[in-house]
Design a protein around this ligand. Structure first.
Ligand SMILES: [Zn+2]
Length: 207
């Protein structure tokens, strides 16, 4: 459609999630007329995410060191782990200010049709974190959709083998079929407070 680099830019933008061909064209022409400093800042940010950003060795969240800021924070309760599908969900839960424990990012959800099984997720790493007995509750906060529920059911069954570890699931009330990432803070906060126990004794209070 266009010549050389302009078309290359449109093609690259069009490969991004949520950007269709029309959006790609609109962004490309916005960039063509933007200030050179703005373009440099954007280009720097793109290069730096590949150079600097990695994933936390412990929880799998995005990090700029071996461990993320949350895992390194001594004020976070080491007895509580909130299991989420992706890093964006960590941000969503953090916004609620309801949770003072640590996280575990699975890197997706079980999806037999898409060929994603437990071995493709960071399940083994979660089990490793439970080995020393310091964790007393695992809160499963996978998305309220088919894949998220399948993942929660799988984890609950597997984690019931760990004595002394309560396993809970966020309360219903989250939009079914939705994405945790897009849930509003109030709804997500309530879902935390009303989390239901799946295995492991008396329900937890607070969190
Ligand atoms: Zn971490």
């Amino acid at each position: 459609m266009y010549e050389g680099v302009v078309q290359d830019l449109i093609d690259e933008l069009g490969r991004l999630p949520g950007v269709g061909p029309k959006g790609a064209q609109r962004i490309a022409f916005h960039l063509l007329t933007a200030d050179p400093e703005d373009i440099t800042r954007l280009a720097d940010a793109l290069v730096q995410i590949k150079e600097k950003v990695r994933f936390c060795d412990t929880c799998g969240n995005v990090a700029e060191a071996e461990q993320c800021r949350i895992c390194l924070d001594p004020r976070r309760d080491p007895a509580l782990i909130c299991v989420v599908e992706q890093s964006q969900d960590v941000a969503a839960v953090e916004r609620t200010r309801e949770f003072r424990g640590r996280y575990h990012v699975l890197g997706g959800a079980i999806n037999p049709i898409g060929g994603v099984g437990p071995d493709d997720l960071r399940v083994r790493e979660l089990v490793t974190r439970l080995a020393d007995g310091a964790v007393t509750e695992v809160i499963i906060a996978t998305d309220p959709n088919l894949e998220g529920e399948a993942t929660a059911t799988y984890l609950a069954r597997m984690l019931s083998a760990f004595e002394g570890v309560r396993v809970s699931r966020l309360a219903s009330g989250l939009p079914v079929g939705g994405d945790l990432e897009y849930a509003d803070e109030v709804t997500l906060g309530r879902a935390f407070e009303g989390r239901r126990l799946l295995s492991g004794g008396a329900p937890a209070t607070g969190g």
